[in-house]
Design a protein around this ligand. Structure first.
Ligand code: AMP
Length: 404
């Protein structure tokens, strides 16, 4: 079964074609700078076990032209990826915000499109781009099933005490202001991977999942259901990130608005693009932060300390939320590749039954790694995430439900 996964940004289309039953990527790529004179398309496809890459400079006036060219490349007889459009039976779309309307992957029809449009105020940059991808894919694959997979859906199980902010209740009702959470496909994917790895049903496991990438979030997952997560109404809340502040005292905004004469847009820019690791030490890439800290840069060392301490605090908080924790699950760019961050985030948590084996933690291996000591009550695991594969799997599930 071949499924195309599409992730549209305002000027980009990221895509992957899967043979989902075999968990195999047949082709993938990225069209960038759509709408500009110098659009670029990078396309990769597999031929007899070997990856081939081609880069084209083109002019894509819009997403329709971009996706049309991607389809041409997939159909190119020399690449041999698909022989006809009808071989692609479904298209899975990443949609950032499903509000409180969408709790699961959903087959797309006109009503669903209207409901995703209604969530635009909650994600004004992302949802319009995601919708563009949906419209274009419907045109180019009129016979394929189209499925929307939401970043927020996995967190819709949060109980009221975890999702409601203590502001006047009528504002929650009027604007749907509440904690939504993001990175849901990643938290869900690694949770299922852990259950398979431990050979235990997911319904019996209590997990703390840590998606530490350029954007970073954690989730408390009880028996496969998310009960709390660090991101909120938007992806700005919670952990310290590459350029985002994460949690701060809300009064800081009022203070800065007053003393620096900042507008709502200025504050948005400050907290989303100039804060986090970038704000603390001048670089947002964790590899550079670690290199600078190791070279003796005090600001980088402080940034590492603030970053790791915030994670540690949430491990404590989610241990309380879950009552019993079976595993901590590190994933994404930093979670998978930065042993130092894992070590510092878990430092001093022996009292919670969390003990990292420093030697195992520093080894590199493909696939899932266990980096806790033999005696650690809570397992510490490193699990590679694969959000696109998860979208393809969810698309398949939704398609199978439809066809019975
Ligand atoms: P992601 O958003 O999942 O692609 O993750 C991006 C983040 O992962 C960036 O901050 C990178 O610096 C970080 N990262 C990737 N590889 C490494 C590594 N080997 N060591 C430390 N951080 C890494």
């Amino acid at each position: 079964m071949k499924i195309l996964v599409v992730n549209c940004g305002s000027s980009s289309i990221k895509y992957k074609l899967f043979d989902v039953t075999q968990r195999k990527v047949l082709a993938s790529g990225l069209a960038e700078r759509i709408g500009e004179p110098d659009s670029i398309l990078t396309h990769k496809h597999m031929t007899v076990g070997e990856e081939k890459k081609q880069v084209e400079k083109n002019r894509f006036a819009d997403h329709l032209e971009g996706l049309q060219r991607i389809v041409d490349l997939l159909l190119d007889p020399e690449n041999g990826t698909v022989s006809s459009r009808s071989e692609i039976s479904a298209v899975g779309h990443r949609v950032v915000h499903g509000g409180d309307t969408f709790h699961q992957p959903t087959l797309i029809d006109d009503q669903v499109i209207a409901d995703i449009e209604a969530c635009i105020p909650l994600a004004p940059l992302h949802n319009p781009a995601n919708l563009m991808g949906i419209q274009v894919a419907r045109k180019l694959f009129p016979n394929a099933l189209q499925v929307a997979v939401f970043d927020t859906a996995f967190h819709q199980t949060l109980p009221v005490e975890a999702h409601l902010y203590a502001i006047p209740f009528e504002l929650h009702q009027k604007y749907k202001i509440r904690r939504y959470g993001f990175h849901g496909t990643s938290h869900a994917f690694v949770s299922e991977e852990v259950a398979v790895h431990l050979k235990r049903p997911l319904t019996e496991l209590n997990l703390i999942t840590l998606h530490l990438g350029n954007g970073a979030s954690m989730a408390a997952v009880a028996g496969g259901r998310c009960i709390d997560t660090t991101m909120g109404l938007t992806p700005l809340a919670g952990l310290v990130m590459g350029t985002r502040s994460g949690d701060i005292d809300p009064s800081v905004l009022l203070f800065l608005a007053k003393h620096e004469n900042l507008s709502a847009e200025d504050l948005d820019d400050l907290l989303n693009k100039r804060s986090g690791l970038q704000g603390l030490c001048g670089v947002n890439d964790m590899r550079e932060v670690i290199a600078k800290a190791e070279a003796g840069d005090q600001q980088a060392e402080t940034a590492m300390a603030v970053f790791s301490y915030r994670i540690k605090q949430y491990i404590g908080a989610y241990t309380a939320s879950l009552g019993r924790v079976d595993a901590l699950v590190f994933t994404a760019g930093i979670g998978e590749n930065a042993p130092l961050v894992r070590e510092r985030a878990c430092q001093g948590l022996e009292g919670l039954g969390i003990e990292i084996d420093r030697q195992k933690n520093r080894q590199r291996a493909e696939g899932i790694m266990e980096v806790s000591t033999v005696g650690s009550r809570v397992k510490v695991l490193v699990v590679p995430t694969n959000e696109e594969l998860r979208i393809a799997q969810e698309t398949l599930r939704a398609a199978e439900k439809k066809t019975g």
